[in-house]
Design a protein around this ligand. Structure first.
Ligand SMILES: [Zn+2]
Length: 325
């Protein structure tokens, strides 16, 4: 295995030579190794090619972290899936080729995502004490980060505003699940949106990654936290407010804020007359999490009877900066 140079920032490439029997894929990665020994943090972005706020977050981290200030080793992969990234697609050659359903990969797997995941896992992630996996989703939600189950202090330390613990599910071959099986803490972040770099959202990836470097004793600078961190629970889905009519759903509340049971979340209007057909209220106290249909993933505000129009999550705890991880 490569012995990376001490007290240096170096750039390397992993190579998958036999894609389509003639096209090679190279996955570049950065290593910042401090002068002093210490733990290893692995951060990757763009295993989904449209989720480019992660690329920007990695760029910002690598600008901020210099080897002379670092204890241990930071491994950073700006683009984990270069073929989907170049195609500007979530997965390549189709949406069905989802790299985040094949971890820890398979060097002899049938598709490039299996083999790219194995390349990253075998060469880099096995050497890491903790992992950050950067993603993006649509802006009808808020930017959310989660750790694998049992690693609550890690996700609180990651410290972006909206946090939860993901229950382990052996059937989901996400990077996070492979990390759980290997006993590695893994924090995943969904920034918003996809397909563009958002100057408000990309810094969350930098902040979370830098906070883990501090939490792991690799950097000495103080933790950076927002005014409030909300630790919430993923369920229950049976309480999602549903439309009982066809019409245009328009939210009247701000996602990312706390709501009380009965608060008005928005209205459904007749799309022709603009009459109010229905008023949707919060089904419980909690965090207003998504302001558009979130289970059907319809990217449109025209809803039908039975469409889940919004989402409120139960809040376990609200933390102030002084509460620490
Ligand atoms: Zn993703």
């Amino acid at each position: 295995m490569t012995d990376w140079p001490r007290n240096a920032h170096t750039i390397h490439r992993l190579e998958l030579a036999d894609y389509l029997k003639g096209v090679s894929i190279r996955i570049p990665y950065h290593v910042v190794r401090g002068a002093e020994d210490g733990p290893t943090l692995y951060v990757q972005a763009c295993q989904h090619g449209t989720e480019i706020n992660g690329w920007e977050a990695v760029r910002q981290v690598l600008t901020a972290v210099t080897p002379d200030r670092l204890r241990g080793t930071l491994i950073a992969v700006p683009v984990a899936n270069p073929i989907a990234f170049h195609a500007r697609m979530h997965g390549y050659p189709s949406m069905g080729h989802n790299m985040n359903r094949v971890w820890p990969g398979d060097a002899n797997g049938p598709f490039p995502p299996h083999r790219m995941a194995a390349l990253l896992w075998d060469n880099l992630i096995t050497r890491a004490d903790a992992v950050v996996d950067l993603h993006c989703w649509a802006d009808f939600s808020i930017p959310v980060a989660w750790s694998n189950e049992g690693f609550e202090p890690w996700i609180l330390a990651f410290g972006t505003p909206f946090l939860f613990e993901l229950q382990y599910d052996a059937s989901m071959r996400m990077l996070q699940n492979a990390c759980y099986e290997a006993g590695k803490p893994c924090c995943a972040l969904e920034m918003i949106p996809q397909d563009m770099i958002n100057p408000d959202s990309a810094p969350l990836g930098r902040m979370g990654t830098m906070n883990l470097l501090r939490y792991m004793g690799m950097l000495d600078s103080p933790m950076e936290y927002p005014a409030d961190r909300y630790l919430f629970t993923p369920g229950p889905v049976d309480l999602l407010p549903k439309s009982s009519v066809e019409g245009m759903w328009v939210t009247a509340a701000r996602k990312g804020r706390l709501v009380r049971e009965g608060d008005v979340l928005g209205h459904i209007y007749a799309w022709d007359t603009h009459d109010v057909l229905e008023t949707i209220t919060a089904p419980m106290d909690g965090l207003y999490y998504m302001d558009r249909p979130c289970v059907t993933h319809l990217n449109h505000n025209l809803v039908e009877p039975g469409t889940e129009v919004a989402c409120v999550r139960e809040v376990k705890r609200v933390l102030r900066p002084e509460d620490g991880p």
